[in-house]
Design a protein around this ligand. Structure first.
Ligand code: TYM
Length: 335
């Protein structure tokens, strides 16, 4: 509890091109609920180096991501928007938590298995302990709530387990966080293979809508989206392609699946795909315009980065000191 408000933490990796899944599953919800909380939104660049990065490219993408947070509607005066690498407490707490996490737990993480399969030539220890760094991110700020897409639930469960384990040994040190999953858009699937989640690292660019895609590209990708054989717009599990498109439509328009079914009753897939494309364009266009404007304002962004790094350091230091004391690290003698 800070300033009488509960605390919210979330983060995104600055790797690859952000997709509509990142926006609908996370960023959009961040903006919707941010007013109710004391918030920390991190550009988690330390997570990014678990796979090889070009340094200049990583710096560029990280700055673009931070800019995007603001463009999406997060006011950096009210929300602490910062780079993970600017706050040494993330790594320091991660080390301590590593000593309270079991190999068996990390072995079960599906994201590790997926990434290890994709990067077989670089299965490094950081990739394996990635979820511990994520736990440190969250616990460092005593977050009550963590808005994420469904794919991050397993990591969040582990974070809760680590927090509870630590508290059982040392008393009430960490707040045990809850996930916040949005009503729609929590699991946006590939437009080309609705059994797979829409992902930055998908080799087929037609499966993903990137946040910087222009309107023609968006419309074309939706036109080509895989649908089903029933030829009607119905929200059921037997039609995964249409199910996904209805989810996207609802997340962009605020309508419910039932309202959507009624709106497209008797109309074909072609009409519906066009409407989904337009709904997405109307979300992305203003976002892209604000992003372009903000990107020109170097001094403003530098100021935000500087100020918020300080703020994040200040808040994180409290928890870190408490944890260090609990585990038995000595203080530097005064004098
Ligand atoms: P990342 O960078 O892969 O994704 C950022 C956020 O986007 C959500 N997301 C999706 N939601 C719906 N449908 C999709 N297809 C989709 N793809 C991605 C993710 O669930 C996530 O909320 N490990 C995290 C980053 C992280 C983090 C944290 C998050 C590091 N520390 C602490 C929360 C709290 C990750 O790789 O997310």
């Amino acid at each position: 509890m800070l300033d009488g408000k509960k605390t919210l933490f979330s983060g995104m990796q600055a790797t690859g091109n952000l997709t509509l899944g990142n926006y609908l599953g996370a960023l959009k919800n961040w903006v919707t609920i941010s007013d109710e909380y004391q918030t920390f939104f991190s550009v988690v660049d330390m997570h990014s180096i678990t796979v090889r990065q070009d340094p200049a490219e990583l710096r560029k993408r990280a700055r673009a991501l931070l800019t995007l947070y603001i463009a999406a509607g997060l006011d950096p005066e009210k929300n602490c928007i910062y780079y993970q690498s600017h706050v040494s407490g993330h790594a320091e707490l991660a080390w301590i938590l590593n000593c309270f996490t079991y190999m068996g737990e990390l072995n079960r993480m599906t994201q590790f298995k997926d990434k290890a399969a994709k990067h077989a030539d670089n299965i490094n220890a950081g990739l394996f302990t990635y979820p511990v760094l994520m736990a440190a991110d969250i616990l460092l700020y005593q977050a009550d709530v963590v808005p994420v897409g469904i794919d991050q639930m397993q990591h969040l469960e582990l974070t809760r387990d680590i927090a509870i384990r630590f508290n059982n040994i040392y008393g009430d040190v960490f707040t045990v966080p809850e996930a916040y999953i949005g009503k729609s858009g929590a699991r946006v699937m590939s437009l080309q293979d609705p059994a797979k989640k829409m992902s930055k690292s998908d080799e087929n660019p037609n499966g993903s809508i990137y946040l910087m895609d222009d309107p023609d590209t968006v419309m074309r990708k939706f036109k080509r989206a895989v649908t089903d054989s029933e030829a009607c717009v119905r929200y059921c599990d037997g039609q995964p392609g249409i199910h996904n498109l209805i989810d996207i439509y609802c997340a962009c328009t605020g309508k419910t699946p039932q309202e959507t079914e009624a709106e497209f009753d008797g109309r074909g897939y072609g009409d519906f795909k066009g409407a989904v494309g337009e709904a997405v364009v109307s979300v992305l266009k203003p976002l892209q315009a604000r992003f372009a404007d903000l990107s020109k304002n170097k001094d403003y962004l530098d100021g935000v980065i500087r100020e918020n790094a300080r703020k994040a350091q200040y808040f994180s230091a409290k928890t870190l000191r408490k944890v260090q004391k609990k585990v038995g690290f000595p203080e530097i003698p005064r004098g």
